[in-house]
Design a protein around this ligand. Structure first.
Ligand SMILES: [Zn+2]
Length: 257
């Protein structure tokens, strides 16, 4: 149930009928290695939202296609984003208008890790100012909770490539995968992908293009060539199952004063 495909009378009726939840897909326009399209994150966020809506009847607001992606910009053309303050204003302004329509619970279906920092601030302030619950769903984290192998800690790696093979095979060019591992900046300091270094429990992030020449930085160096359609199917469906289960049996029943 996409708002952009409904009339205003249908939207009015949705809230008059007592529905108080809305899903806002949060995407990003950014490089995804040599083998996936720049819209990967917003396609995934919107598709998850659509599939959740089909099983719960929750209204889906139009996707925010730009996110916070400053760290992908330097060497990878086509990456376009908002700075964090602007992104906050976009999420918060859209949320306020959804609240005015009748939303009391807003589900942020997130497709991109850089958005999470901003969404946490949005969610907290919606709670403080309007008593609204903002649920942030980072699909890759949920996937990793179900099965560690499915967690896309980086970007354009095995799990995200698998998810795209299942949801949007037309946007995955497996023959173009270029993954050359990561540069080491100091002996004994492990480069783990996702612009992250690790040393005895200390993790440190750094600009992506200084460690990764192709933009493929997923999951602790796991090659996206290992992605399979079955993995994409199983991980995406398991994540959606868990989200739908939580919405039906948990989130929809939760009350705050
Ligand atoms: Zn992505």
């Amino acid at each position: 149930m996409l708002l952009e495909e409904m009339t205003y009378e249908e939207v009015k009726k949705y809230f008059e009928d007592g529905n108080d939840m809305v899903i806002l897909p949060c995407g990003s326009t950014e490089q995804h290695g040599c083998h996936m399209v720049l819209g990967t994150d917003f396609h995934i966020a919107k598709e998850f939202a659509k599939r959740i809506s089909e099983r719960t009847g929750i209204l889906v607001a139009p996707t925010v296609n730009y996110g916070y992606t400053e760290y992908h910009k330097n060497s990878f053309p086509g990456t376009i984003g908002f700075d964090q303050d602007l992104l906050y204003d976009v999420y918060y302004s859209v949320s306020k208008q959804l609240v005015n329509l009748g939303a009391k619970k807003i589900i942020f279906m997130n497709g991109h890790g850089g958005n999470s920092y901003v969404l946490k601030r949005v969610s907290m302030n919606l709670r403080i100012e309007f008593g609204v619950m903002g649920l942030i769903l980072d699909w890759w984290n949920i996937a990793g909770q179900i099965k560690p192998e499915w967690e896309e800690l980086g970007h354009a790696g095995k799990p995200e490539t698998a998810a795209m093979m299942y949801l949007f095979p037309q946007y995955v060019h497996k023959d173009k995968i270029r993954f050359e591992g990561f540069k080491t900046l100091a002996d004994g300091v492990e480069t783990r992908g996702s612009a992250t270094f690790g040393y005895k429990g200390i993790n440190y992030g750094i600009w992506l293009n200084t460690i990764d020449v192709t933009g493929t930085c997923g999951n602790y160096g796991e090659d996206p060539k290992l992605a399979t359609l079955k993995m994409g199917h199983d991980s995406v469906e398991a994540v959606i199952d868990n989200i739908v289960d939580f919405i039906k049996n948990g989130f929809s029943k939760m009350k705050i004063d």
